[in-house]
Design a binder for this molecule. Structure first.
Ligand SMILES: NC(=O)c1ccc[n+]([C@@H]2O[C@H](COP(=O)([O-])OP(=O)(O)OC[C@H]3O[C@@H](n4cnc5c(N)ncnc54)[C@H](O)[C@@H]3O)[C@@H](O)[C@H]2O)c1
Length: 265
């Protein structure tokens, strides 16, 4: 997508963090917005912080296929069409693979993996109605370098990468691009919203996050306009991705050691 100006962009999870900052950045670039989140209150705050473009808000739980399909239909009705879908909503649960409950495991996969599948499939027919379209899926550096006690999340983000790469292949020859985004640590509410994480653990996780949400938003908007297939956000993500390619086992062990020392206990 060469220019975001006057395009219509749908963003899930737009009530906080990267989704909110991205909505603000896209508005600054002149894009119109169909914003959604499970939390209508924070979604209204995001919409209230934006002016000068058309903004619609939609209370959507991305775990519900029906709700996501309704969101696409509403966005089309309000804006006359949609050019870009950003599947951003996400959540994690803290705990080892043998102690996380099946319910929490499913909750994370339902939001982070199925939410991306539902969002993509619901909006693809709308993107096909436009001269060019774009699917943006927010994965994580955890799709290359997993953290211990973050298993369901790591899994979901590997799945988002596999889904995005397959989609890119299947859309070859069509004017729809796919970008998979791999942020490193971004200063957002993700740790506060994490299930089973104490305040101390969230603070420790938060300390290793060095990139701001507005900086992440600038990088994502640029990646859309430059049709990047993959983007790593933050020096931490870029370094980890490079090290993983060069020395996979050592990178996983060194990251685990780093997280044991500086991350949550
Ligand atoms: N913050 C980081 O360090 C980081 C790193 C890598 C990837 N990411 C990814 O970035 C994306 C955005 O996360 P963030 O860091 O801004 O976190 P955040 O917690 O600040 O924002 C996530 C938003 O998603 C919404 N959400 C949660 N469950 C939902 C559901 N079922 N349906 C609809 N909306 C729902 C929340 O209400 C919230 O507004 C996520 O996919 C996350 O995995 C974040």
């Amino acid at each position: 997508m060469t220019k975001l100006r006057d395009k219509v962009v749908a963003v899930t999870g737009a009530g906080s963090g990267i989704g909110r900052a991205l909505a603000q950045r896209l508005a600054a670039l002149g894009a119109h917005l169909a914003l959604s989140d499970i939390d209508e209150g924070t979604l209204r705050e995001t919409a209230g912080s934006i002016s000068g473009v058309n903004v619609s808000i939609h209370a959507v739980d991305v775990r519900s296929r029906d709700a996501v399909e309704r969101y696409a239909a509403e966005a089309r009705a309000k804006h006359g069409g949609v050019d870009v879908i950003v599947n951003n909503a996400g959540r994690t649960v803290y705990g080892s693979l043998d102690e996380v409950s099946y319910e929490d495991f499913a909750m994370v996969l339902d939001i982070n993996m199925w939410g991306v599948v539902y969002g993509t499939r619901a909006f693809l027919p709308l993107l096909r109605e436009r001269p060019e379209g774009h699917v943006v899926n927010i994965s994580s550096i955890n799709a290359m370098v997993p953290f211990a006690k973050n298993g369901p999340y790591n899994m979901s983000k590997y799945a988002v990468l596999g889904f995005s790469e397959t989609l890119g292949l299947e859309l070859r020859g069509q004017p729809i691009r796919v970008t998979c985004v791999h942020p490193g640590g971004i200063q957002t509410n993700i740790v506060n919203n994490a299930k089973n994480m104490t305040k101390e653990q969230a603070t420790a996780f938060g300390r290793v996050a060095k990139t701001t949400a507005p900086a992440a938003a600038i990088a994502i908007a640029r990646a859309i306009e430059k049709n990047k297939r993959q983007v790593f956000i933050g020096i931490d993500a870029k370094t980890m991705a490079l090290c993983k390619r060069i020395a996979p086992h050592t990178t996983l062990q060194a990251t685990a050691k780093f997280m044991e020392t500086f991350g949550p206990k």
